[in-house]
Ligand binder design. Structure first.
Ligand code: FMN
Length: 378
């Protein structure tokens, strides 16, 4: 039996297997960032995962990288998530909310005319930032990032309070925990990286100062829920959103030690460059494993057989799958049955309706409605 199918105790939360669904933005919350019945269906279809991690969910009105992403800011957004968490729990699943502040990766077009916020107002690389929106004809397309401005110290403190409030909201919405998104070039990652953070207050300069925003977010979230319910996602070597760090090994050994001491539920390390054919997984394990003694979740272009080896050797405790979960709602059962995985079609990854979202049948089931392949892409 694959070691992926062995149960795991995640700081008191019993997981039936070591398989997590990686957070994936699907951009299907068209009304003020409120989750929908379609989203409930999507997550419930995948509830046999040991742990489901939600799509990145905005914690602030200043956060908007992908139009139509959901939020956990307003009361109506909290209410809208409840049927989603209920649907997952009805299928005996577990769902963490990924808490997201996009920082400089945004556009005035998505922020009602406001300027995106960032650590230091670095704006020489806007074309490299992944900001996306949906056209009236339904196509989801990359749009231009607009210049950000450096946050004042008070605004950083305000953002910490927004994470705390979002954590309260996540619990009220019925989530089993939260994953703080400090990866992929978004606000927390921007503070960690020496190129995007050139501040001279207590949130910039030394490595300890650059990590302070994350440390204070963890502390604030820890005031409203046990840290046994809090994961953190990092992507130490990611080139995504051009968040270059001059010394990622040093930065992330420090961050991993800091998170280890904090006693979070898990550290989720995403090999974001693996997608573009430059895997950093061995280097990531080498940097993080000695520094972080708790639960380590790995992700990024990992096949089920490679995942099995990572668990068996102890390099990982959990493995998250992203794209495999787009097309295989029953990924756990397919791995258990040694069934070939379906490939995701290039349709409906972001934005749109049920097509490319909830229309992938479990193995052996008759396909539902005929599949349209002409609609949304990316
Ligand atoms: C459609 C799509 C949306 C994604 N959205 C997010 C997201 O919201 N938050 C995040 O941390 N990563 C996001 N990612 C990255 C995935 O979590 C994962 O790191 C990536 O797909 C690599 O894993 P894989 O090789 O198993 O697909 C997204 C990936 C895809 C394909």
């Amino acid at each position: 039996m694959s070691s992926l199918l062995t149960p795991y105790d995640l700081s008191g939360l019993a997981l039936p297997n070591r398989i997590a669904m990686a957070p994936m933005t699907r951009a299907r919350a068209p009304h003020h960032g409120e989750a929908t019945a379609l989203m409930a269906q999507y997550y419930a279809q995948r509830a046999s995962a040991g742990l489901l991690i939600s799509e990145a969910t905005n914690v602030s009105p200043h956060s908007a990288a992908f139009e139509l992403a959901p939020g956990l800011v307003t009361d109506t957004q909290v209410q809208a998530w409840k049927p989603v968490t209920d649907a997952v729990h009805a299928k005996h699943g577990r769902l963490f909310a990924q808490l997201w502040h996009s920082g400089r990766v945004s556009s005035m077009a998505l922020l009602d005319g406001n300027q995106p916020l960032s650590p230091s107002g670095l704006n020489d690389d806007l074309e490299q930032l992944q900001v996306w929106g949906q056209l009236q004809n339904g196509y989801y397309t990359k749009i231009h990032a607009t210049p950000s401005r450096a946050m004042t110290t008070d605004e950083v403190i305000q953002a910490i309070a927004e994470y705390r409030r979002a954590a309260v909201n996540a619990l009220a919405a019925g989530f089993d925990g939260v994953e703080i998104h400090a990866a992929n070039g978004y606000l927390l990652h921007q503070f960690l990286s020496s190129t995007t953070n050139t501040r001279d207050d207590r949130f910039g300069g030394s490595l300890a100062n650059r990590a302070r925003f994350l440390a204070e977010v963890i502390k604030a979230v820890g005031e409203v829920m046990p840290l046994a319910k809090v994961g953190v996602r990092v992507s130490p070597y990611a080139g995504y959103n051009n968040v270059r760090d001059a010394d990622p090994d040093g930065t992330y050994a420090y961050v991993a030690r800091m998170l280890d001491e904090a006693g979070i539920a898990y550290l989720h390390a995403a090999d974001t460059n693996g997608w573009s054919g430059q895997p950093d997984l061995p280097r990531m394990i080498e940097t993080l494993r000695p520094a972080f003694k708790g639960t380590l979740m790995l992700n990024g272009s990992i096949t089920p057989s490679a995942a099995d080896r990572l668990i068996a050797t102890g390099d990982a405790d959990l493995v998250a799958f992203g794209r495999a979960y787009i097309a295989n709602p029953d990924l756990v059962e397919r791995i258990a049955g040694n069934v070939e995985l379906a490939a995701p079609r290039p349709v409906g990854w972001y934005g749109g309706d049920n097509v490319g979202y909830v229309d992938y049948p479990p193995h052996g089931a008759p396909a539902g409605e005929p599949v349209r392949t002409d609609a949304l892409s990316s």
